[in-house]
Design a protein. Structure first.
Length: 191
């Protein structure tokens, strides 16, 4: 599946879950122990906005400042702020030549194709986190799962050692385990 189409599917899943969250759900804990639903939504909004400025040539420090500001500016309308950030991110990745660039990410200079993979995985996996926190169906889009697996599985050793994905892959899942379980496990979740 085309990575941009997969990003659309991942962002739709996160959006649907955020729009379904009731007012009393924003403080629900998520599988990300340091974040409640509000903080996780702010993380997604900030990450989406960060990608836009990275694709525009921002430094990692400038992009992090934009991410923090976007998260703070979201206020209480987190679902709509997410939708706006997702649309801006999608538009930035779709610009002619955008995916041919090198961006100055916090992990170092990386190809924009990797940034797209990071954002796809972030939106998809955190969509599952939101579903678990909200007590709704946690099924993820099969085509987006395939795209994330194809991108992330070759990076599994680096993901484990980075500390950014919890404990990383457990190493206990069979190769024929459901793809959703393998993707989540790779990203430090134990479904």
């Amino acid at each position: 599946m085309d990575m941009l189409a997969a990003l659309d599917r991942a962002q739709e899943g996160a959006s649907r879950r955020l729009h379904g969250a009731g007012r009393d759900a924003w403080s629900n804990p998520t599988p990300c122990s340091e974040w409640d639903v509000r903080a996780l939504a702010q993380h997604l909004i900030g990450g989406n906005r960060m990608a836009v400025v990275l694709l525009d040539g921002a430094s990692a420090e400038e992009a992090m400042a934009v991410a923090r500001a976007a998260a703070e500016a979201a206020g209480d309308d987190l679902a709509n702020a997410f939708d706006e950030s997702a649309a801006a991110q999608r538009e930035a990745f779709a610009r002619p030549g955008a995916l041919d660039r090198t961006v100055h990410h916090v992990v170092g200079d990386i190809p924009a194709q990797w940034l797209l993979g990071f954002r796809l995985a972030d939106n998809l996996v955190h969509s599952w986190d939101l579903a678990r926190a909200l007590g709704v169906d946690a099924s993820l889009d099969p085509q987006a799962l395939e795209a994330v697996w194809a991108f992330a599985q070759p990076l599994s050793e680096g993901m484990r050692s980075s500390g950014r994905f919890g404990l990383g892959a457990s190493g206990t899942l069979a190769e024929d385990a459901p793809l959703q379980d393998r993707v989540l496990d790779l990203h430090g979740r134990r479904p």
